[in-house]
Structure formats: C-alpha cells, structure tokens
Design a protein around this ligand. Structure first.
Ligand code: AMP
Length: 274
C-alpha cells in the first residue's frame, strides 16, 4: 500500500493506473462501515484508493473538529489488510487555499434536516468531495446510506457538474445490538450506548408498522418519538421520499425514514430505506 500526502503525487499515481479505480473517501477512525465500502470497491475495481481527511470546512463553529477521533496508525493497518492500493492522507493546508472558489449545496436540499441543524455543513462536505473526486478521478466512488442526505447531495453534484464517476450507495452497517456504526460512537459511555440503541429500535418499530400495513407518516413518527423521547433529545424524525420531500404516506420503494438525536453531548443520526 502506498501512502500519499500530496495532491501532485496522487494525480501522478492516478495517471499511471490502467483499468477501473474504486474510491472511498473517509474521515478516518475506520470501522466496519468504512470497511464494507472498501470491500465493495475492491470487489468491483482493479485498484482502490482510500482517503482519510478530517475536513475542517464541514465542521461548524463549536462542533467536534478538535476532538474528532484520529487513529492514523490503526487506520493504516486496516487499509493495508483490506488490500487498499493507495491511502491518501492530506493536510488542510494541502487541500485548501485562502479565499478559494466554492461549491455550494442547493438552497433547499442544503438547508433542510441535517442542513438546517448544521447550516453550511453540506457546502464544506461537497467542496471537499469535489476536490477528492477530481484528484482520485475514480471509475466509481462509494458512499454509505448512513449519511443519506450527504449521499443524495453528492449524487446531485455528480449530475450538476457532469462528473464521470459512478456514485455507489452502500448499505448501513450496524453492530450486533443494532447501533449504526459511526466514528463518533467512541464518545458514548456504556450507559449512553444503551440509550443510543433507541434510534435503531425506533426504526425497527417503523419497519414493523409498515410491514403490518401502516402507511401514515404521522402515526409512524408518533410511535418513533415515543421510543426516542425517554432516551434521547430528539432533533428530528422525518419520513421523506428519495428526493427528501416530506411524505404523508409511506411509499414502498421510495421512502427514507430519518432520525437525528442527541445522547448526552453526542449527536447521532440513523435512517431506514423502505
Ligand atoms: P466518515 O468517515 O464518517 O465521513 O464516513 C465515510 C464514509 O463511510 C461515508 O460515505 C459514510 O456514509 C460511510 N459510513 C459511515 N458509517 C457507516 C456505516 N455504519 N455503514 C455504512 N457506511 C458508513
């Protein structure tokens, strides 16, 4: 595995690769969720590039940029073992110049749900993903459904800017108890982890309701809120279609149920695609 820290070196290395390239951008502190993306990239491409970059522009003032978990040594081992060909680990100074041109999230999608709670977050995320896609120039890039709105925005960016790479959505990976894996789970105490399970539990209950014929978003949301409210501080529970428009009735094959909630000082998100 080659570890690369500069953009010039990455572009030169990329130019030397023939055949298909799979790319997995991450912020590190790698877990099985990231690994599932890497494995899929390996299966579908001759060559795999992973990036680890804790992107400062997608963190808002007062968010956890400084304490975001960084585990460089362990991450390098994980990537090596997974058969990653290139690990790109730039610094902010390498990725950004001062007063640079910006990519912006669209007015609606960028500022509802996650974008409403974290205004500007998606601008920073899209900016860095655009840069990384141009640098790695992949055949296919792999993103988790865990960050559903992020995924939708990246797909839109690929459309808007006529990006050539395929954007591949990947399933959410959970631990044995149902908790969606996240680098931020390390912030949770054992007691908070128990409370965090209410997110996946509420989504499981929603699945059951839909399976037994319930379609009313209002009723499903109410039951989910009941499960969540004793354990968490709910930010939102929303039932939307794949374009993130609110749905009054669940439409099988076109629905995402989204949850964001605080457990102590940790903000968690989870979702379910129906
Ligand atoms: P992050 O390092 O949190 O920025 O995540 C990097 C990529 O991994 C993103 O595409 C995430 O959606 C994806 N990812 C994070 N957690 C999971 C998970 N539990 N299951 C599947 N994909 C995930």
């Amino acid at each position: 595995m080659r570890v690369i820290e500069t953009t010039a070196e990455l572009m030169a290395a990329r130019d030397g690769i023939a055949g298909s390239v799979g790319f997995v951008p991450t912020m590190g502190a790698l877990h099985e969720g990231h690994l599932s993306l890497i494995r899929r990239a390996k299966e579908e491409n001759g060559f795999v590039i992973v990036s680890i970059f804790v992107n400062p522009t997608q963190f808002l003032e007062g968010e956890d940029l400084d304490k975001y978990p960084r585990k460089i040594e362990a991450d390098m081992q994980i990537c090596k073992r997974a058969g990653v060909d290139i690990l790109f680990m730039p610094t902010p100074g390498i990725m950004y110049e001062r007063d640079e041109l910006a990519v912006m999230a669209p007015a609606t999608m960028g500022y509802i749900l996650e974008g409403n709670r974290r205004p500007g977050h998606f601008d920073g995320m899209l900016q860095v993903v655009m840069k990384l896609l141009n640098l790695a120039n992949p055949t296919a890039a792999y993103f988790g459904k865990k960050d559903a709105q992020q995924l939708a925005l990246i797909m839109q960016m690929a459309r808007t800017y006529f990006l050539r790479c395929r954007i591949v959505p990947c399933e959410i990976v959970r631990d044995g108890s149902g908790l969606a894996l996240s680098s931020r789970n390390v912030y949770l105490s054992p007691e908070e982890k128990q409370r965090a399970l209410s997110l996946s539990r509420s989504l499981k209950r929603a699945t059951k309701m839909v399976m037994t014929g319930e379609r009313s978003s209002q009723k499903i949301e109410a039951v989910m809120r009941e499960i969540l409210e004793n354990e968490t501080d709910i930010e939102y529970v929303e039932i939307v279609d794949r374009a993130f428009r609110p749905l009054e009735e669940v439409e099988i094959g076109n629905t995402i149920i989204l949850v964001a909630a605080w457990v102590g000082t940790t903000r968690l998100i989870d979702n379910l695609w129906i």
